[in-house]
Each structure stands twice: as structure tokens, then as C-alpha cells.
Design a binder for this molecule. Structure first.
Ligand code: ZN
Length: 477
């Protein structure tokens, strides 16, 4: 364990504020294909980010050399950067944007693997990949178990001192079926099947059942009809809706996009600063929260990477846009209310405006109620493909599996379902919101943003939802 406080006191540097953020992470990936275990992958990373504030200008330097000399060198580099950047200063900041938070955060984890029993997870991956082969029509199977252990700690010259320990898990199950020239793949929605927690996430009985269902559905799809083209009501299950929320609500509400910082990297937004507090983003059933306080959700934390304490807030309430996804710096620059979402992917990146847990609040209709209320609709589940423009406005999604709903009943399975739309008209078409029984806590392991790129883990929890008047089409994409 690095003694960050004594490292900080050893720095002899002229700055108005200094912060040190240490990160240590290990990612273990176990993948079995068709009963054979791939070589185990273990990625380890450790380093320290030195951040300084000089004459209102923040600057950074990261180092993988965590010795006193290494950190001193990085601190000098950060100070030199701050001095050089001063003439380009966008806004004069002060140390109130780095709150002096103290405390700790620990992921809820019921069971953490004894390293001497690691082979039991290898055996589980092999078993699951074999169970996915429910018939000779299954031509490929994969089972991947990912375990992430991450520690971060932060100290600063204005008194911050906090540490956070994260245990994160993910499972991907995949089965590909072939019938003649038709090939179809079903998965369990990875990267949706992710959470904070211990190895209880790898509950063998649940995963065995899941494997059976996925494989049977892959075979079912090989003799399913093609999804029709036309205007339908669409019932989106949580493992598709999470990405709809991510791409058409999460990204466009990032304040740095709205401020223009991200424009040269496919990152603009149709949302304007004056929209906050008044834009009717969707129907009055639409309620979206930023909530880093949900135990077990992938992006729960105690503090963001600037030290802002984690708090739940409505981003959209009863359809009205309330807040943006922006940390303290963007809030100060834009004068728009934000959240504690300044996050860095690791020690070698500065915090930028990100999603955390972006959740849709459940409604009151059970799944059966949404199906029986649909005259001509299509239920879609599990994201397969996505595309959305720079402004986060026009989008197109493909799913793995669909069912036709006629006169309130599911009548047949459909393959290759897709739908397209425009962000606010689509959310205005939100007609029914599923109740707690349809609610699932999921997330994404790989949300990319920024230059240099930062890939970060985000959580999404949501019920199933019914949308009216959606443009649907079939075919591979
Ligand atoms: Zn993303």
C-alpha cells in the first residue's frame, strides 16, 4: 500500500493546490470455447496521477514510477504544464473544485475467490461452454468470466483523503447455431451482464439455465421469419433498452460535449445549454436518474475522481430535462447543474465528464400488461448493433431476438430485428414503463470517450418499456 500522504508532504512544489490519485487494478479474463480453455489473461496496472493548480490552471502528469523520485518528477512536469497552459486558460478555477472529501468506499461482495481455488472458475467456464452446445446445430460456443479488482486513493493539499475498493464481475455466454445457410448467434447481452460484487455473481445454477435458454433461442432463430418492415409499437427489454439510454440520453447530456470540448472526436450533442430546466425530452413517463449509490451496480462509488461526493439526482424528471452529466469544472464553466461524474479511466488519465450509473425509474405495468395492450407490435431483446450520429440525434439499433405481438398476444419468433428513430420524438413515444418485476441492473464495460481515449465502466438499470410508432425493419446490419 502506498503512503500517499507522506508522498504528498515530500513534494516541494510551488502550486496553489496539489492532489495525488493512486490507482491499482487487476483484470482476470477466463474464456472457454467449445469446451477448451483459452490461455488465462491477467492484466495488472499501477500508477499515480499528480494534479496541480497554478494561477487558476489545472494540469496533470501521470507516472508508473511510484517511487518518491518518480512522483517528484511527475509533479514538476505537471507544474510546468500548468505554467505553459496559463496563456490558453479557458476559465480561472480554484481549489473549491477539489472538495476535501474524507472516507472510504467498498463494493458489496459476499464471496471473494481464494486464489488457490481459481481453477474452480476455469472449470465453470469450460462447463458452461459445453452446456451451450445443446445440439449438433450449435457450431460455436463461448463462456467468458471477467473479474476486476481495483483500488484507488486520493489525497490533496486542501485535506482530501479517501480510498475506494471496487470488485467488478462480468459474464458473457454465446452460442451460434447453423441450419443450412442460416447462421444466428444469441448471447446473454454482454456487456450488459456486469455488476459490482464478488464471485456470487458467477452463480453456477443461474448461468447453467441461462446457457440452455440462449442456445435454444439461437436454434429457434435459424428457422424464424425475418422481422417485417413498417411502423410498429416496440417493446424493448432491458438488455436493449440499456444501450438506447446510454447512447441517446447518457452521451448527449455530457456537459463537456455541450461546451464543445469533444467536437473533434465524434462528440457533439443536440442539447443546448438553455435546454436545461425546460426541454421536454420525452413523455411524462420518462424519469432518468444519475445514481452512484445503488449497491451492486457497476458504476457505484463514494466519490468521483475529483473528490465530489456521490449523490443521486434526476437528470430527466416527468419528461423534463433537469441536469447534465458534468463534474464540478463543467458546472462552473457552464452554470448548468451537474452531478459527481468527473471520472478517469485509470491513473494515467485526467477526470472528464462521464456517465456513472444512468438509470430509468420503474413504472407500474407488468410485462404481461404491456403485451396485452399491444395490437401490432414487436418485442426486441439483446443488443446486436448500434449506430448514432455525432449530435446523438438519429440512431439505429439491431437486436438478436424478437417476437411478434398481434392483438395482445405473442404469436411468433422473428430474426434480424432493427429499429431506427430520432432521440426526442422516440422518447416522446414512450407509452408504458414496466414495473419492478421487469427491472434489471446491467451496464457496459467499454464506454469510450476522449483524446487520449478513456474506456470506462458504466451502470444502467431499467425496466422493459413500450414505445409507440417506431420505424422497424428486418435484415442483417
Ligand atoms: Zn458510451
Amino acid at each position: 500500500m502506498i503512503d500517499l500522504k507522506s508522498l504528498l508532504s515530500s513534494l516541494d512544489i510551488k502550486a496553489d493546490w496539489v492532489g495525488l490519485r493512486a490507482v491499482k487494478e487487476q483484470i482476470t479474463t477466463r474464456c472457454a470455447r467449445n469446451g477448451n480453455l483459452d490461455p488465462l489473461t491477467i492484466e495488472q496496472d499501477q500508477g499515480i496521477m499528480v494534479e496541480v493548480l497554478v494561477n487558476g490552471q489545472f494540469a496533470y502528469a501521470g507516472t508508473g514510477d511510484i517511487s518518491v523520485e518518480g512522483v517528484k518528477k511527475a509533479a514538476k512536469c505537471a507544474r510546468d504544464q500548468a505554467t505553459k497552459l496559463h496563456k490558453f486558460q479557458l476559465y480561472p478555477f480554484d481549489d473549491s473544485l477539489r472538495p476535501p472529501s474524507k472516507g472510504s468506499y467498498l463494493s458489496v461482495a459476499r464471496s471473494l475467490l481464494d486464489p488457490s481455488k481459481a481453477h474452480s472458475l476455469n472449470d465453470l467456464a469450460i462447463e458452461l461452454s459445453l452446456r451451450l452446445k445443446v445440439s449438433d446445430k450449435i457450431i460455436n460456443t463461448e463462456a467468458t468470466l471477467m473479474s476486476i479488482e481495483k483500488d484507488m486513493s486520493f489525497v490533496s493539499s486542501n485535506g482530501a483523503n479517501f480510498s475506494q475498493t471496487f470488485h467488478q464481475r462480468g459474464v458473457q455466454l454465446l452460442a451460434t447455431a447453423q441450419e443450412g445457410s442460416t447462421i444466428q448467434t444469441r448471447t446473454n447481452g454482454f456487456p450488459a451482464a456486469v455488476a459490482q460484487g464478488g464471485d456470487e455473481f458467477f452463480a453456477a445454477d443461474y448461468l447453467r439455465q441461462n446457457a440452455q435458454q440462449i442456445a435454444e433461442e439461437a436454434i429457434e432463430l435459424t428457422h424464424a421469419e425475418e422481422c417485417p418492415t413498417g411502423i410498429f409499437d416496440v417493446l424493448l427489454m432491458p438488455d436493449q433498452l440499456y444501450l438506447q439510454i446510454h447512447e441517446s440520453i447518457g452521451h448527449p447530456l455530457e456537459l463537456d460535449r455541450i461546451l464543445g470540448d469533444e467536437r473533434n472526436y465524434a462528440g457533439w450533442s443536440f442539447v443546448k445549454p438553455e435546454d436545461f430546466g425546460q426541454l421536454v425530452y420525452g413523455s411524462e413517463l420518462l424519469n432518468i436518474t444519475f445514481d452512484p449509490t445503488v449497491p451492486g451496480e457497476l458504476a457505484s462509488y463514494g466519490y468521483d475522481d475529483t473528490g465530489a461526493p456521490a449523490e443521486r439526482h434526476y437528470l430527466i424528471q416527468d419528461g423534463i430535462l433537469k441536469r447534465g452529466l458534468g463534474g464540478l469544472e463543467s458546472q462552473k464553466r457552464s452554470n448548468i447543474p451537474g452531478v459527481s461524474s468527473a471520472r478517469a479511466t485509470s491513473w494515467n488519465r485526467p477526470p472528464i465528464d462521464r456517465m456513472g450509473n444512468i438509470n430509468m425509474e420503474p413504472g407500474s405495468t407488468p410485462l404481461a400488461g404491456m403485451i396485452s395492450a399491444t395490437e401490432r407490435g414487436i418485442l426486441m431483446k439483446t443488443n446486436k448493433s448500434w449506430s448514432i450520429d455525432d449530435y446523438r440525434n438519429k440512431f439505429q439499433f439491431g437486436c438478436e431476438y424478437a417476437q411478434l405481438i398481434e392483438n395482445g398476444k405473442i404469436t411468433k419468433t422473428l430474426k434480424n430485428p432493427n429499429y431506427r428513430g430520432i432521440t426526442t420524438p422516440f422518447w416522446h413515444g414512450l407509452k408504458m414503463v414496466g414495473d419492478r418485476s421487469t427491472y434489471e441492473v446491467q451496464g457496459a464495460f467499454y464506454c469510450g470517450k476522449g483524446e487520449p481515449n478513456q474506456v470506462i465502466r458504466v451502470g444502467h438499470a431499467m425496466p422493459a418499456c413500450l414505445f409507440t410508432h417506431v420505424e422497424v425493419f428486418g435484415g442483417g446490419v
